[in-house]
Write a protein that binds this ligand. Structure first.
Ligand SMILES: NC(=O)c1ccc[n+]([C@@H]2O[C@H](COP(=O)([O-])OP(=O)(O)OC[C@H]3O[C@@H](n4cnc5c(N)ncnc54)[C@H](OP(=O)(O)O)[C@@H]3O)[C@@H](O)[C@H]2O)c1
Length: 278
């Protein structure tokens, strides 16, 4: 019987919470990773670029949580899943990428075309960017600076745990949730405002440095990130600068019933990781 949910990106920001959330509700979650945890009997080897991993990962699976790595060859796996009878897919996309746009927007199209019960989650920027291995977190730890090309533009930072809670609901609800869902935290903040909150939580000043998009890309490349990743991140900042991402939605609360976490609350819970490497 097909009763499992395959969670791709199971070691990542949202995927780890999706696995935990499914298991808390007694659903069977197969945690997919290129390096599956040998201590987890339901962990499974999966690599988007290795089609030999697809069929074993999809055995007994009725639904899939899709975290597609940038530039991955996503089509072969998704076509295999559809051919094996998977009906329900929840895709993690981004508020900055509309259906049909290059990259995640093309996967959005594909998932909508291939599966009977698609739900596309389009979250704003993750609060985890302030504390993990994201360039933003690295600059806070190293230089006590937040460097962006966003100016005073605002965005609705969201905790990955709130995205995951929404995904768990969409993966397990009796009636499909469906749709193209923009997810945000409870408030819209600029990076200067976020820097003030970080300073307060850390008890030390962290300043916001506003640079041009080209300068941000240059700094990211100089810090060792690839030219492609650097220009992609910097270009996203422009979407914020124009005000396009100044959004607050009630979708997390509407779907899960939970109040989404505020940036201040999230950072207070991760204060040690703000100051030193994870
Ligand atoms: N960060 C943000 O602010 C933000 C905002 C909106 C949307 N998003 C989107 O969210 C998604 C996740 O981003 P994230 O930074 O939070 O990453 P993440 O989910 O924390 O990490 C990426 C995951 O992908 C898996 N992975 C990478 N390459 C793989 C491969 N070839 N085959 C199988 N699995 C692979 C990794 O697992 P293993 O290493 O264990 O294999 C890891 O679990 C991205 O599509 C991003 O565009 C991010």
């Amino acid at each position: 019987m097909s009763d499992s949910v395959l969670v791709t990106g199971a070691t990542g920001n949202t995927g780890a919470h999706v696995v935990a959330g499914l298991r808390e509700r007694s659903h069977r979650a197969r945690a997919a990773s290129r390096h599956p945890d040998s201590a987890d009997a339901d962990a499974v080897a999966f690599d988007w670029s290795d089609d030999a991993t697809f069929a074993p990962a999809l055995t007994g699976v009725r639904a899939v949580y899709v975290v597609a790595p940038a530039g991955a060859a996503d089509r072969p796996f998704l076509e295999t899943a559809a051919a094996r009878g998977v009906r329900r897919v929840v895709l993690l996309s981004s508020s900055a990428v509309a259906r049909g746009e290059p990259g995640l927007g093309e996967i959005h199209d594909l998932v909508t075309d291939l599966f009977a019960e698609p739900t596309v989650l389009r979250p704003s920027w993750f609060m985890q960017n302030f504390v993990g291995d994201h360039p933003l977190a690295e600059t806070i730890r190293r230089a006590r600076e937040i460097v962006t090309a966003t100016g005073d533009g605002r965005l609705g930072f969201i905790d990955a745990a709130d995205i995951a809670a929404t995904a768990v609901e969409a993966l397990t609800a009796t009636e499909p949730v469906g749709g193209d869902l923009v997810l945000t935290g409870p408030e819209s903040l600029s990076y200067p405002e976020a820097a003030a909150i970080v300073s307060e939580v850390l008890g030390r000043p962290v300043r916001h440095v506003d640079v041009s998009t080209a300068e941000l890309a240059r700094r990211l490349t100089a810090a060792g990130y690839s030219a492609e990743f650097s220009s992609m991140l910097a270009a996203l900042d422009e979407r914020i600068r124009t005000g396009e991402q100044d959004l607050v939605t009630t979708t997390v609360r509407d779907i899960t019933g939970r109040t989404p976490t505020s940036l201040r609350h999230f950072l207070a819970g991760h204060a040690s990781r703000l100051a030193s490497s994870p």
